[in-house]
Design a protein around this ligand. Sequence first.
Ligand code: NCD
Length: 305
Amino acid sequence: MPNIFSTNQFTKAEVEQILSRAFSIEKKCAKEACEQLLKDKIIACIFFEPSTRTRLSFEAAALRLGASVISAENAETSSSSYKGETIEDTARILCSYADAIVMRHHKEGVAEAAMKVSTKPIINAGDGANQHPSQGLLDLYTIQKENGRLENLKIAFVGDLLHSRTLHSLMPLLLLYPGNTFYFISPKELALPEEYARELTEKKITFKELQSLEEVLPEADVLYMTRVQKERFKNIADYEKVKDSFLLKAEHLKNMKKNAIIMHPLPRVNEIDPAIDADSRAAYFRQAQNGLYVRMALLLYAFKL
Ligand code: NCD
């Protein structure tokens, strides 16, 4: 069953197939010629954590492909999970109503637990700090579209690298392409999880872990900002200590390459000054729009279409 639970599951050929599908969908959508390939299908979206882009772009993607959508937002309190139902039982029920299930949860591994009992494809829309595969793929799509390549790039990740599931999903995809150099900029409390650093060392990939944003600005082809993930902290005082660690301001732009891009999975809280939005290098709203095309491609992947 074509479940989508982690970007680690994809071969390079599959990734390229999904990206090229998304490119052709984007072209067709511009001419308002989306094919109704999911006519008669029902997509269930169940979100146990807040979402604006992921849920609504998955729903828009399904609708644009002709599917119908049933949706449970705030599922933590509005679904039977509140009464103590297990994720396995919830998945069993949803797959008896719908043809595919898009699911977000605060707990790592939930999509994989659901997959074990589901008779319909499960798409992980974020499981705790672990994975967010559709975001990883739309980020890769954005880099390809904006930079024109996925290799020999200098890519800087800034912020909460410990908890960022978007980074954790994008990294395995970028490692499919040669010649990339990585910079990881974070407060030491939010540094890249050790297993990622270990993997990079083993693969002899060039990377640096830094604590200053200014140093990487002249180098970066891609500057990927992330939000400090407040909801992952056990203790609010620990969050307060690191919450405003990095803010990209208009004055930083002059130190960046002319053709660099600035990305952010959004929502931004205090990482990018809105004064930057009008600069052509600010790619984050285009990145969010790309989510629609990539999620359309992923729904087709889930139905083997
Ligand atoms: C991200 C997420 O949920 O992990 N948001 C998103 O899906 N675009 C990033 C975040 O919440 O900071």
